[in-house]
Design a protein around this ligand. Structure first.
Ligand SMILES: Cc1cc2nc3c(=O)[nH]c(=O)nc-3n(C[C@H](O)[C@H](O)[C@H](O)COP(=O)(O)O)c2cc1C
Length: 460
């Protein structure tokens, strides 16, 4: 059986993910694996029609496509995203229709789920039959247990494909509406209260809904609002995955393009940061993905801490909860505050105007009060993954993060809480004695309210 492997790693053959593919290949020589280094060769695929067509030709003659990719900022690398957009732009989607699709990623399990959901949705949109996914932690394959798991996964997938088993479509097609937003003049002007407001957009069509929503947002204020189009910034390419930044946050692209200067001079100084984009497939544009990936020179440090972040989105975001989760997670792990989303998916122009005004007011109010809502699982869970990995296996590669985490108290491991350890030791011992256990369990309900007594009084 012929399988086309679309390698998403910008490192090409020197990819961790590809070692998993090689392992499967070595154990199943009866199958033919044709590998295309998509992200590594993206510039060629963009410009050279023959190179792009060669990939598509292999897909046409394959039984399945393996999306094999690292997870980059909760999704796939920007170069891979670019390829997915190219497939549609170059009208090559038909080559994928009816083929089985499989996703295989390596990562540290930080929003690997959203990357897989994305690939599942993309496959469904291409009319493929999504047969399954496998999410490995980077170094899983060195363990025998995981070697067995990888092969079990591969064998299951081969069976599904060989027996032509049916698979259900998980994602329904997106419904977009033909709606031209016509903004009206703001009734009054909102005071910026001395806050630095920065809007980053990827507007591609002058006079389109996104362009008009961004302008309407800017016009809602009495003071100055900076608006930058990320398409106008000289960005030479996506993140290379070289991890040079891990030591001191100096990116391999330093001095070669303008992204780092832009980020350090325009983004870092914002009090209120608005990110505005159009939906492209099941995410924003690849240019936005490139922006997020290239921001990785800051590694795992929450450099947007304390900022107010909001999103202006044109397109069917309400039908893509996966993307919404990614954007919420972005604000949360950065320890920023999510203002809200303004979307043109529903409502009249007048309603959108009102939402923009409310959004703008809240942005300034939150910034003035220094309001930061507590993180949910997205921020709390994500930060714990970074904490554990930077403390552990990633430490020497990310010494800059290690220094930051030590200084800012990110290493809040429970074993450092001596009072809690003493309490646990005492109560663990008491729980082993039936008489005390009964008493402790009986008093648990109200016992849990004890710490609140001095704040809100007796529970009654
Ligand atoms: C720019 C960048 C962004 C990353 N983002 C994530 C992420 O969001 N979640 C995660 O679990 N790992 C993330 N990683 C880690 C990679 O997914 C992981 O190192 C992967 O194994 C690399 O695979 P490769 O060698 O095939 O490129 C990121 C790495 C880089 C360089």
């Amino acid at each position: 059986m012929k399988i086309t492997v679309l390698n998403g790693s910008p490192k090409g053959k020197a990819s961790v993910t590809m070692q998993y593919v090689r392992y499967i290949q070595q154990n199943h020589p009866e199958h033919e694996f044709v590998v295309h280094n998509i992200s590594y060769e993206i510039k060629k695929l963009e410009k050279n029609t023959a190179a792009f067509d060669a990939v598509i030709a292999d897909i046409k003659t394959s039984r399945a496509v393996l999306w094999a990719t690292p997870v980059y900022v909760c999704l796939v690398p920007s170069q891979y995203k670019r390829f997915i957009e190219l497939v549609h732009d170059k009208k090559a989607a038909r080559a994928f229709a009816g083929k089985y699709a499989v996703s295989l990623t390596t990562s540290i399990h930080f929003f690997d789920n959203t990357a897989h959901e994305y690939l599942n949705a993309i496959s469904d949109d291409l009319g493929m039959k999504f047969a399954g996914s496998y999410s490995a932690d980077m170094f899983d394959l060195v363990h025998r247990l995981h070697q067995a798991k990888v092969l079990q996964f591969a064998e299951d997938i081969f069976t599904v494909i060989e027996e032509k088993r049916p698979v259900a479509k998980k994602y329904l097609s997106l419904k977009t509406r033909a709606f031209a937003y016509v903004p009206s003049k703001p009734a009054g002007k909102i005071d910026t209260a001395g806050k630095n407001i920065v809007v980053c957009t990827d507007v591609s069509k002058k006079g389109g809904n996104l362009d008009k929503m961004v302008s309407r947002f800017r016009d809602a204020f009495g003071g100055h609002v900076d608006v930058f189009n990320i398409r106008d910034i000289n960005i030479k390419g996506g993140c290379l995955g070289c991890i040079k930044c891990g030591y001191d946050n100096v990116c391999a692209w330093t001095g070669k393009d303008d992204f780092i200067d832009f980020f350090n001079s325009r983004i870092i100084c914002a009090d209120i940061l608005i990110l505005a984009g159009e939906i492209r497939d099941r995410y924003l544009s690849w240019q936005w993905k490139q922006f997020f990936d290239r921001s990785f020179f800051n590694t795992h440090r929450p450099v947007l801490k304390g900022k107010q972040i909001g999103f202006i989105v044109s397109g069917p975001l309400g039908q893509i909860p996966n993307l919404r989760q990614i954007l919420e997670a972005y604000t949360q792990w950065h320890q920023a505050n999510l203002i809200d989303f303004v979307i043109d998916e529903t409502g009249t122009s007048r309603e959108i105007d009102a939402r923009i005004d409310s959004f703008a007011k809240r942005a300034v109010e939150y910034a003035s009060r220094g309001y930061l809502r507590p993180a949910t699982f997205l921020g709390v869970g994500g930060t714990k993954i970074f904490r554990d990995d930077v403390y552990g296996k990633l430490r020497f590669a990310f010494l800059s993060d290690h220094a930051y985490y030590k200084k800012h108290g990110v290493y809040d491991f429970p074993h450092k809480n001596y009072k809690m350890r003493l309490t646990n030791a005492m109560f663990t011992l008491m729980m082993r004695i039936p008489k005390f256990r009964k008493k402790i369990i009986g008093g648990m309900k109200y016992g849990m309210l004890q710490p609140f007594k001095r704040i809100v009084g007796e529970w009654r």
